[in-house]
Design a protein around this ligand. Structure first.
Ligand code: 6OG
Length: 181
């Protein structure tokens, strides 16, 4: 076994800063939370799945600025920087498809302007928090979505099997880095 490949190498990637970075934004309605806005992805990475809104962090862009931009592009909704709460980081590792591995900065907001509109990439819809569409989501969602909705701040790491669909390893910790922005 060569030391620089295999799971150990992949796990280090989450902390090394070498992964592609992306954002994921959850809009939550109600207090306590009753509904969350998710989108059916019509094209690109994860097409055919339901997910939060977000995409790549561009060079020179902060994660929170990328989250605001992607939310606007994908839903038409405007959210102020200060209304996006940084709630965690999710590291997705695809040892059989390294180009898909990414570190995702997760934001949650309870305040925004506008009404979600379908765009080229996403078809947004509100889902009741007790009836989330897990069977149409990435398998990892089951582990983190209810926790963010419940107000937890977490860091998660998910390793996918050779089918690039099945989660084979999960680590979730409390996330206490409040200076993420
Ligand atoms: P674009 O590459 O289309 O943005 N994302 C994931 N979400 C879940 N639940 N599981 C994953 O791994 C994911 N990998 C990426 C981050 C990709 C969008 O999809 C999210 C971004 O919001 C299995 O620009």
């Amino acid at each position: 076994m060569v030391g620089s490949s295999g799971p150990d190498h992949d796990l280090r990637a989450c902390a090394s800063g070498s992964l592609r970075e992306a954002t994921l934004c959850l809009l939550v309605r109600g207090n306590p939370p009753g509904h969350v806005l998710l989108g059916y992805k019509k094209e690109g990475f994860g097409a055919g799945k339901i997910t939060g809104f977000g995409g790549k962090v561009e060079p020179g862009e902060t994660p929170v600025a990328a989250a605001v931009r992607e939310l606007e592009e994908e839903t038409g909704i405007t959210v102020a920087l200060e209304d996006l709460l940084a709630v965690g980081q999710l590291c997705f590792l695809f040892p059989s498809r390294p180009a898909w591995s990414q570190l995702v900065h997760v934001f949650l907001s309870t305040g925004w302007m506008g009404v979600p509109q379908e765009g080229r990439e996403m078809r947004p819809a509100w889902y009741a928090v007790d009836r989330l569409p897990y069977e149409q989501m990435w398998q990892d969602s089951l582990y983190w979505l209810p926790r963010f909705i419940a107000g937890e701040r977490i860091r998660g790491r998910f390793v996918f099997d050779r089918d690039n669909e099945t989660v084979v390893d999960v680590t979730i910790d409390a996330w206490d880095d409040v200076n993420e922005r």
